[in-house]
Design a binder for this molecule. Structure first.
Ligand code: BES
Ligand code: MN
Ligand code: MN
Length: 459
């Protein structure tokens, strides 16, 4: 019985995850390159131990990809499990209650049974490791009902830079019937849900240059354009009084949902008061005419992610800076594309720059939005598996985040994905004090084998 196996090995399953969480595999920071490799080696070793074949660390021009498989019968269906072992940077460290790479279990209001606090606990090491342990269980109990392939990458948090070409170069090796991903959220621990859509992403960095050097703000202030003042105004102008984005053409390709689809989206129970309380805000903000679920699920957005320039040291320095910078993200929905939106942004941003400054827009990585089917065998298997272990039918939802590679799986490998995630949006992904509920970790390990069973039965 898998339930017995899980119970007997609960502690070890947690200790192993702790080991993985202790490796600071920060993909964005080259100082951690070796740590990223260590995390890949850890995953490789555990896959081998669990009984996977052909396990290898595939080098790329960036961070490596861990591949492994168990083909029990080529005539049976194959599930390709995708996830990432890299994590976001942990800064600012002083905002963590306990160090980000020293995992610790603590109780919270939302996780009364305890949650694992560490960078990557939820996004995505905890969720990836559920798959490794679910696989171990199925192998140990001889209940793996179909074939499985694992592709766990180390560059998701930096835009999956090299995974696309890896997929294109390894189409045969990656042949499967569906991609199974646990890197998203459920609505609440008593409200299972499955994301059936993810937003895309356009990300740009902008630079505004005024005078050719920093100036005395008394001698020159008022007579020379201040890049910070200008940049702040330019960014502020990108939302109108209804909080619509003002870039011409920005909404042109946005797919409007039918009344029925919108109703379905709003069937998800959403507690506005709890949402505000969790975030310490007294009101939500956003595009007029849409509620929170719609604003994060089916509407595109524009947010400044960082802004800097001038003097930010101790005390006062009266300076009119030469330059100001900002990083800006735009979340996209079907049928917007990242190239088109980035181009629209660039044109608009350049066009609103007043005389006296120069602006430069530098595009970063992007990703396309996706909608995954809810009538497929794989989605239904996930639905049934969650219903089995949560005792409730999961609700189809839309995730606000992005996993850019999902669109590529569809385009290049012809594979649809099922986003069977187990985190909570409130688990502080990318924030200080990221955590993952023990309930969620074990629930995932318990649910995944049911997915395999129901999927294999249906095929
Ligand atoms: N796992 C997240 C995406 C996510 C989180 C989707 C919660 C749905 C719900 C993923 O690791 C992530 O953070 N993606 C980045 C995109 C990437 C290009 C840096 C994102 O959404 O910002
Ligand atoms: Mn993730
Ligand atoms: Mn992430």
């Amino acid at each position: 019985m898998l339930a017995n196996y899980l119970n007997e090995h609960k502690e070890r399953f947690l200790n192993e995850l702790f080991e993985l969480l202790r490796i600071p595999s920060i993909s964005a920071d080259s100082a951690y390159k070796n740590e990223v490799v260590k995390a890949a080696e850890f995953i490789k070793e555990k896959l081998v131990k669990a009984g996977a074949d052909a396990v290898e660390i595939c080098p790329t021009a960036g961070h490596p990809i861990v591949y492994g498989e168990k083909i029990i019968d080529p005539s049976l269906p194959t599930v390709l499990v995708y996830g990432h072992y890299d994590v976001q940077p942990a800064v600012p460290l002083e905002l963590w209650d306990t160090p980000p790479f020293e995992p610790q279990v603590r109780k919270t209001a939302i996780h009364p049974d305890g949650a694992i606090f560490a960078r990557g606990a939820c996004d995505d090491k905890g969720q990836v490791y559920m798959h490794v342990k679910a696989f171990e269980m199925m192998m140990a109990e001889n209940t793996l009902p179909c074939n499985v392939k694992f592709m766990i990458e180390g560059e998701e948090e930096v835009g999956s830079t090299h995974l696309g070409s890896f997929c294109i170069a390894n189409k045969e090796k990656l042949k499967a019937d569906v991609v199974l991903i646990s890197d998203t959220s459920i609505m609440a621990n008593d409200t299972p849900s499955i994301d059936c859509g993810l937003r895309g992403l356009s990300y740009v960095e902008v630079e505004v240059t005024g005078p050719n050097r920093d100036l005395h703000s008394g001698v020159y202030g008022g007579a020379v354009a201040n890049p910070i003042n200008i940049l702040a105004k330019m960014i502020a102008s990108m939302h109108d009084e209804n909080n619509h984005i003002t870039i011409p053409g920005f909404y042109e390709k946005v797919q409007e949902l039918s009344t029925k689809e919108r109703e379905l989206l709003n069937m998800a129970p959403f507690d506005l008061e709890a949402y505000q309380k969790d975030l310490g805000i007294d009101a939500v903000w956003g595009e007029n005419g849409f509620n929170v679920l719609e604003r994060t699920g089916i509407r595109p957005t524009l947010d400044c992610n960082g802004i800097w320039g001038g003097y930010i040291g101790e005390g006062a320095k009266t300076v009119l800076p030469s330059k100001a910078f900002a990083k800006i993200s735009m979340r996209l929905v079907p049928n917007q594309t990242s190239d088109e939106i980035t181009a629209l942004f660039k044109n608009h941003f350049e066009s609103i720059a007043p005389a006296g400054v120069k602006v430069e827009v530098r595009p970063h990585h992007g990703g396309e939005p996706v909608v995954t089917p809810i009538d497929s065998k794989a989605y239904k298997a996930a639905e049934k598996a969650m219903e089995k272990t949560f005792g409730k039918m999961p609700i189809p939802t839309r995730g606000g985040g992005s996993i850019p590679i999902v669109a590529l799986f569809e385009r290049e490998l012809g594979l649809k994905s099922v986003l069977m995630g187990f985190g909570l949006d409130s688990d502080a992904l990318h924030s200080p004090n990221e955590h993952y509920g023990l309930f969620n970790y074990y629930k995932g390990i318990e649910t995944i084998p049911y997915f395999f069973t129901y999927f294999a039965e249906a095929e």
